[in-house]
Design a binder for this molecule. Structure first.
Ligand code: BGC
Length: 468
């Protein structure tokens, strides 16, 4: 790259350190995707083993993960601001491991529900701590790609959960489906054990020498000086303040970012992504697809498109920027949702209707995968002030998990009241609102250091600006 002469080895070593740290941490994303996806393959067999299982208990088994996720997201931020990003990630790894074992060895339904709650706790914690940690160690010009590795791993986790579901279906091995998640939990735990604390958290907690040492593993000496100077400048803007509290989130310099984070969180969910992902087979059945193999193929197809277009997003996000991806992706989502609604309103089971529905589903997933999927989790790791970053991310994450839960809860009712086409059109209408929200509210964060972003929310600048 641009490092010249003898700096080359150091440069590539530094690059390797950041890549490795991001990849290890993103295992948390893999667990997020896997543990949210695995239930669709496992439920059929849990239902058989514990028959008769009431629809209510079935719902609780499915949704308790989301309840746990809300609690995990709620505690993760304040915890990570107080004790550090690293211990919080380690805690998530332990919870993931215990949760996997609890469900895998569950003697009864109660234990499964408890295990699902634990897994949810892990998912909620991971969902905010992984982007947070990666954003704080990543150099500004690669932060988008490195943080979005998290979303890539989420999509890979979902895809793996389908594949594992298919593999263990013949032996009805739902316990294996859950137990296998112990492996990534161990990778996350052991890997994180070997990684250092986030340099920004260290700085914020007065451990300047350690912050400098950690930054030095991934930056040139000049870059280390510049970044620390920026952190100092930001710190000097803060008045003496007591412990971080949720109240501080309402300070005038945080409020706009808070609105952006919560807005993106809610829009990511209420534009229907999880209903489309998990109901895709049902959706296609509605336009004439047969059950069985074709359905499994659809689920895999959705998973593959999701992974493929997230890879594209990772590759371009630091060049294209966050805003253009959101603006273009939301248009794709809205158009495909409107068309899906039209296909459904025709009430046709012809081959042409099936083909159109399949294309629309693909376009919808692809559009989400380059926009709201990665950009939401990335942006909430970028826009909050260091002092309360974890706590503020908790709020956005809770908004996301809460909306996820509400959509899951109300979708069957929505479907009954509005039908397939009405539901898709409602998601499309919400997508249009989301587009305007992004257009008028969401700033570009590409290439700017976290301190530059924080300074701009405080209505000032920091020294770096690096010629920008
Ligand atoms: C969302 C999840 C969703 C996943 C799909 C994530 O960014 O938060 O709710 O299931 O993307 O790829």
């Amino acid at each position: 790259m641009s490092d010249g002469g003898s700096a080359v080895a150091g440069g590539s070593e530094r690059r390797r350190f950041v890549n490795t740290a991001a990849a290890i941490t993103a295992t948390g994303g893999l667990l997020f995707g896997y543990d949210t996806g695995v239930i669709s393959g496992a439920l059929l067999f849990i239902r058989q083993d514990f028959a008769p299982l009431s629809p209510f208990l079935e719902g609780v088994i499915v949704s308790f993960l989301l309840v746990g996720a809300v609690v995990g997201a709620l505690s993760g931020g304040p915890l990570s601001d107080r004790v550090g990003r690293r211990p919080t990630t380690l805690l998530a790894a332990v919870i993931f491991g215990v949760g996997a074992l609890a469900v895998a060895f569950a003697p009864g339904v109660g234990f499964i529900i408890f295990g699902r709650f634990l897994l949810g706790l892990g998912v909620g914690l991971a969902s905010m701590i992984v982007p947070l940690y990666i954003a704080e160690i990543a150099p500004a010009d690669r932060r988008g790609a490195l943080v979005s590795l998290n979303q890539l791993m989420i999509t890979i986790g979902i895809l793996l959960s389908y594949i594992v579901g298919v593999i263990f279906a013949p032996i009805e091995g739902w316990r294996y489906m859950f137990g296998i998640a112990l492996v990534p939990a161990l990778i996350l735990g052991v890997g994180m054990f070997m990684l250092p604390e986030s340099p920004r958290w260290l700085f914020e907690h007065g451990q300047l020498d350690k912050a400098r040492a950690v930054l030095g593993r991934s930056r040139s000496p000049e870059e280390v000086d510049l970044e620390l100077r920026e952190m100092e400048e930001i710190k000097s803007l803060e008045q003496e303040q007591a412990r971080v509290s949720y109240k501080e989130l309402l300070a005038p310099y945080v409020r706009p970012a808070l609105v952006i984070g919560i807005g993106l969180a809610v829009f990511q969910q209420i534009t229907g992504i999880n209903t489309v992902i998990y109901y895709a087979p049902t959706i296609l059945q509605g336009v004439g697809f047969s059950e069985g193999g074709a359905i499994a193929a659809t689920a895999l197809g959705v998973g593959v498109v999701n992974v493929g277009f997230t890879i594209l997003a990772v590759r371009i996000i630091d060049r294209a920027g966050r805003r253009p991806l959101l603006i273009i992706g939301l248009i794709g989502m809205v158009v495909s949702l409107i068309l899906l609604g039209v296909v459904f309103s025709l009430d046709s089971t012809s081959g042409a209707a099936g083909l159109l529905a399949t294309v629309c589903l693909g376009l919808y997933i692809a559009s989400f995968a380059i926009s709201l999927g990665p950009v939401f989790w990335l942006m909430i790791s970028e826009i909050y002030p260091l002092r309360i970053r974890g706590t503020a991310m908790s709020v956005a994450s809770i908004a996301n998990w809460g909306s996820n839960f509400l959509v899951a809860l109300t979708f069957p009712v929505l479907l009954a009241a509005l039908g397939g086409s009405g539901s898709f059109w409602l998601f499309a209408a919400l997508g249009i609102v989301a587009w305007f929200f992004v257009y008028f509210r969401v700033p570009e964060t590409k290439g700017r250091s976290l301190e530059e972003i924080e300074a701009s929310f405080r209505g000032t600048t920091v020294s770096s600006s690096r010629g920008r």
